[in-house]
Design a protein around this ligand. Structure first.
Ligand code: NAD
Length: 282
C-alpha cells in the first residue's frame, strides 16, 4: 500500500509541476517544422508557438512579405526561422520548400499543411463556377497532398515525423449558407489524412487533422462582412464566440508533438461546441 501511495504522490507531483509551469516545455525541441499559410492566422500563431517550443521553423506562404514578417517575429524572440514563397497548389514549389528545409536545417520532422482558401463567390452546387471549384480544390486538397507527397520521404530520412492537415468543422457538417467547393475540399482532407495515416503508420509517421470551428481570422471575417452574417453563424456556436487562431495553434502543437504519440488518422475538433449542438443556449 505504501508503494502504491508513493507512486500516486510521484504521479501527482509530476502532473502538478507540469500544469503549473509557465516555462516553455520544449515539446518540439530540436525539431524542424514546415508551416504552410504561415503568414497569417493559424499558421502565423503556430509558427510563433512551435518556435517557443524549440522548433526551427520554415514559414511557407503565397505571400512572400507575410512569410518574411512571421519569420522575423520568430527571430525577434530568439528562435530560428526562414521564409519561403510557395503556391501549395504547384507541386514543384512544394518540393522546393521541403528541399530548402532539409538544406537549411538538415531534416523535416513536422509538416503543418495549413494553407487554405475560401472564395467569396463559393456558393451552392448550382451557382458555384467551375473556376471557383478548380481553384479551391487545387489549393485546399492538392496543396495538402503535395505537402504530404514531399514531406513523407523527408520524414523517412529523418526517422519519422508528424503531419498535421488543417481540415474544418465543415468536414462534418452541412450549412444552409453554402460554400460547397470549400466544404467538399475539407471533406477530402479528412479522407486523405485517414488513408495516409494507415499507409504510413509503421514508419513512425503520424497524420492527423486539425478541425477548427469558425474563427476570427481574415479568411472568415472577409467572408462574413456584415454583423448580420456574423450573427447567422454565432447563433449556432454553443460558446457564442468565434475561435482564435492562437487556440488552434495549441491544438496543432498537440498533434505535431509527441504529446499525441498514440494518435494517428484522427481529427481534433476545436470548434466551440458547434458539432455537438442541436439547440444552443439563448
Ligand atoms: P488566413 O487567411 O488568415 O491564412 C491563410 C494563409 O494561407 C494566408 O497567409 C495565405 O496567404 C496563405 N495561402 C493562401 N493560398 C495559398 C497558397 N496557394 N499557397 C500558399 N499559401 C497560401 O486563414 P486561417 O483562418 O488562418 O486559415 C488557415 C486554415 O484553417 C485554412 O486551411 C482554412 O481553410 C482553415 N480553417 C479556417 C477556419 C476559419 O474560420 N478561419 C475554419 C476552419 C478551417
Amino acid at each position: 500500500q505504501q508503494i502504491a501511495q508513493s507512486y500516486a504522490c510521484a504521479a501527482i507531483g509530476t502532473f502538478a509541476s507540469r500544469s503549473l509551469s509557465t516555462d516553455t516545455s520544449g515539446r518540439l525541441q530540436g525539431k524542424v517544422s514546415i508551416i504552410t499559410g504561415g503568414a497569417s492566422g493559424i499558421g502565423r500563431e503556430a509558427a510563433l508557438l512551435f518556435a517557443r517550443e524549440g522548433s526551427k521553423i520554415v514559414v511557407a506562404d503565397l505571400s512572400e512579405e507575410g512569410a518574411a514578417a512571421t519569420a522575423k517575429e520568430v527571430q525577434a524572440m530568439g528562435g530560428s526561422a526562414i521564409a519561403v514563397k510557395v503556391d501549395v497548389a504547384v507541386e514543384a514549389e512544394v518540393a522546393a520548400v521541403v528541399a530548402k528545409a532539409e538544406d537549411e536545417y538538415g531534416a523535416v520532422h513536422v509538416m503543418f499543411n495549413n494553407a487554405g482558401i475560401m472564395m467569396s463567390s463559393d456558393d451552392d452546387a448550382v451557382n458555384t463556377s467551375e473556376e471557383v471549384i478548380d481553384k479551391t480544390l487545387a489549393v485546399n486538397v492538392k496543396g495538402v497532398l503535395n505537402g504530404c507527397k514531399y514531406s513523407i520521404p523527408a520524414m523517412r530520412r529523418a526517422g519519422g515525423g508528424s503531419i498535421v492537415n488543417t481540415a474544418s468543422f465543415v468536414s462534418f457538417m452541412g450549412a444552409a449558407t453554402p460554400q460547397v467547393a470549400y466544404t467538399a475540399s475539407k471533406g477530402a482532407v479528412l479522407a486523405l489524412t485517414r488513408e495516409l495515416a494507415v499507409v504510413h503508420a509503421r514508419e513512425n509517421i503520424r497524420v492527423n487533422n486539425l478541425c477548427p470551428g469558425p474563427l476570427r481570422t481574415e479568411l472568415l471575417m472577409k467572408f462574413l462582412d456584415t454583423e448580420e452574417k456574423k450573427h447567422r453563424r454565432l447563433v449556432h456556436v454553443p460558446m457564442g464566440r468565434f475561435g482564435e487562431a492562437a487556440e488552434m495553434a495549441k491544438g496543432a502543437l498537440f498533434l505535431a508533438s509527441d504529446d499525441s504519440s498514440y494518435m494517428t488518422g484522427n481529427n481534433l475538433l476545436l470548434d466551440g461546441g458547434i458539432t455537438a449542438a442541436y439547440v444552443t443556449p439563448e
